[in-house]
Design a protein around this ligand. Structure first.
Ligand SMILES: Cc1cc2nc3c(=O)[nH]c(=O)nc-3n(C[C@H](O)[C@H](O)[C@H](O)COP(=O)(O)O)c2cc1C
Length: 215
């Protein structure tokens, strides 16, 4: 059987995609490429700035499951983020087990909303970053890679009518034990349908945010 007849080849064990994709090494982002060939399933305003203006952290999710087609898109979005040298110094742990999700609650300082319909742990993998730079630099690149990817997923979730909470408060070793990896996590992204829509939080005055370097 060749790879065209064996689409599972590109998916990790346990990943159930709606896209029965072919393994074509010429395609930059296989999952996204296949997604773009499908038509949208619902009408949502996906204008980037509209999506940004509506995003608000959510800690109360409804029980509604996140559809597989949306999970595909959220993961594909992470895979479009820029990475240092395109070495993609990060990995995603898609936590499906309800037992593991509950263990993650404890690993994340007992934050109950970590037990969300969709839980993605973004980990740094500096060993993928093949620059001849000091280890510290490679680690810095990997944390930026993982953070950007998670941010792309977070915005994608919003664009799909979902909401999310970014978790940075966790015990690294405990999270690593739960997901069974040696890679250090950078964030846990918890996603679901919000129980209620909330207005975005205010931000500081532009004068405090932007410093113009002009002479
Ligand atoms: C680096 C980082 C770490 C965060 N860690 C947590 C966390 O552990 N628990 C939590 O409830 N929210 C956490 N948040 C979410 C922030 O509290 C939230 O983004 C912030 O209050 C602004 O609200 P907004 O996202 O609705 O704009 C974190 C956000 C970031 C970017």
């Amino acid at each position: 059987m060749n790879s065209k007849e064996n689409p599972e080849k590109i998916y990790p064990a346990g990943y159930e995609s709606t896209i029965k994709s072919q393994n074509d090494s010429n395609v930059r982002n296989q999952l996204l490429f296949e997604i773009l060939k499908t038509s949208p399933t619902e009408f949502i305003n996906t204008d980037l700035f509209t999506v940004m203006s509506k995003r608000r952290s959510t800690r109360k999710f409804s029980d509604k499951i996140v559809e597989t087609v949306k999970i595909d898109k959220i993961i594909a979005a992470a895979d479009t983020a820029p990475t240092a040298g395109n070495f993609q110094g990060f990995e995603i742990f898609y936590v499906k087990s309800s037992v593991k999700k509950q263990q993650l609650v404890e690993a994340c300082n007992n934050q109950p909303y970590v037990n969300a319909p969709l839980v993605l742990v973004f980990c740094k993998n500096p060993s993928r970053v093949k620059f001849d730079f000091p280890e510290e630099i490679l680690k810095k690149f990997a944390i930026q890679d993982a953070t950007l990817a998670a941010a792309y997923s977070q915005l994608a979730a919003q664009a799909l009518g979902l909401s999310s909470i970014w978790i940075g408060m966790f015990d690294e070793q405990k999270v690593m034990n739960v997901i069974n990896t040696k890679l250090i996590p950078s964030s846990v992204l918890c996603i679901g349908y919000p129980k209620q829509d909330k207005f975005p939080k205010p931000r500081r005055n532009l004068k405090e945010l932007v410093h113009v370097v002009w002479e």
